[in-house]
Design a protein around this ligand. Sequence first.
Ligand SMILES: *Cc1c(COP(=O)(O)O)cnc(C)c1O
Length: 482
Amino acid sequence: MQQSKTIFQLSRAGNRAAAFPKCDVPEQPLDKLFPYNQLAAASPPLPELSEVDVVRHYTRLADKNMSVDANFYPLGSCTMKYNPKRNERLAALSCFTGLHPNQPADTVQGQLRILYELQQMLAEISGLPAVSLQPAAGAHGELTSLLIAGKFLTEKFGVGKKTTVLIPDCAHGTNPASAAVAGFKTVEVKSTAAGQTDLDDLRSKLNDTVAVLMITNPNTLGLFEKNIKEICEMVHAVGGLVYNDGANMNAICGIVRPGDFGADMMHFNVHKTFSTPHGGGGPGAGPIAVKQELAPYLPIPLVGKTKGGKYVLTTDCPKTIGKVRTFAGSIGVLNRAYFYLRTLGAKGLKEMSENAVLNANYLLALLKDYIEVPAGERCMHEFVASANKLKTDKGITTMDIAKRLIDYGYHPPTIYFPLIVKEAIMIEPTETETKETLDTFAKTLIEILTEDQATLHDSPQTTKISRPNEVTAAKTPVLAEK
Ligand SMILES: *Cc1c(COP(=O)(O)O)cnc(C)c1O
């Protein structure tokens, strides 16, 4: 029987991974040498195990995971593409991992050059010239940008004038959350039946109090907002700013630029679009790009380059909103994004997006006769199917399909999101998957739809736990066997 004990339950006093030679100098208690060292005085209890038991424990845990390295992971909205190992190898080089964030800039010129060039690349991809690499995730990029917008708009229009953030009804939950944390009131904008922002509804909600429209383009239904230029003009006409949630950049890199279609600021999710690892709570990175007028408000430090070609960390920015993250950001993650971009180059990056869109449309074509896809003639890098009709006709729900896919070794797609589609199943294959993987996945999903209801309701059947109460499992998980 494979153990599911915690590493502490496996601990036996005296077990060790390594035996050190007997100490041949007098022992010095750490707290005497370093009286300020509180750690030594109250060291935490640590598990005691042999090396092989530690390795087996973590390998067993890793085996229980669904991961992009082991399973097709078509998680809509979150772009779970394969992370090339080359980038892991480069990021792990000791010339990067051995740096200390407090080292003087003179001694870390290579690392600063990487960050500087990454800023330039993101500016180029976004069409927005000023970049900060600091935010630690997409949601953090949203918050940082809204704080910048708040400060800029207050200086321009006065205190308490720009109070509202408009957010389409298909938006990611982080958008209204970030707006609320930044102190704005949020107002929802409706989508049309065709899955586009409803211009009439938008018009009715635009007024002088509007600070920002947060829009995701391509949107969360996997569709390009056809009226995006007009939408941006409408918001600008009332003195508002347009924020582009960049989580869906995988569909448009090298093809269209948010800055060109009218966005004033945006974030990148490098852990989605540029294949840095994600899941399990981080670390991630959510760099932001803004138009020139907003550049003075960016958080510090910024990575700059002097006329003499030296890379520097700039903190002399009188209008900055301040610091949003320790040091210069999630460097290990940003380095991976840099290596990814340098490996692909401009042409490769465009092909990345073209293939992401091609793969999604291929899968859509394979599936749409078997499961409804509202507004799904064509899609960008993802599409949103609906089990609503299957539920009425056959009693099969989105939850059943998602859970059954686990039995066949697939990570379920994103489900019940966006909220405006009933029984939503949001599928994003990404460009890293082969035609064979997509064919087999489609075949499996179509077969699942013909299985009997009882089998589906009882799935997954191959996992240790079948259907936990989702809320309890998230809020009070039981992580070990008693
Ligand atoms: C993932 C995502 C976010 C949030 O990004 P994090 O990096 O997870 O904080 C925001 N908007 C959309 C559309 C997303 O898919």
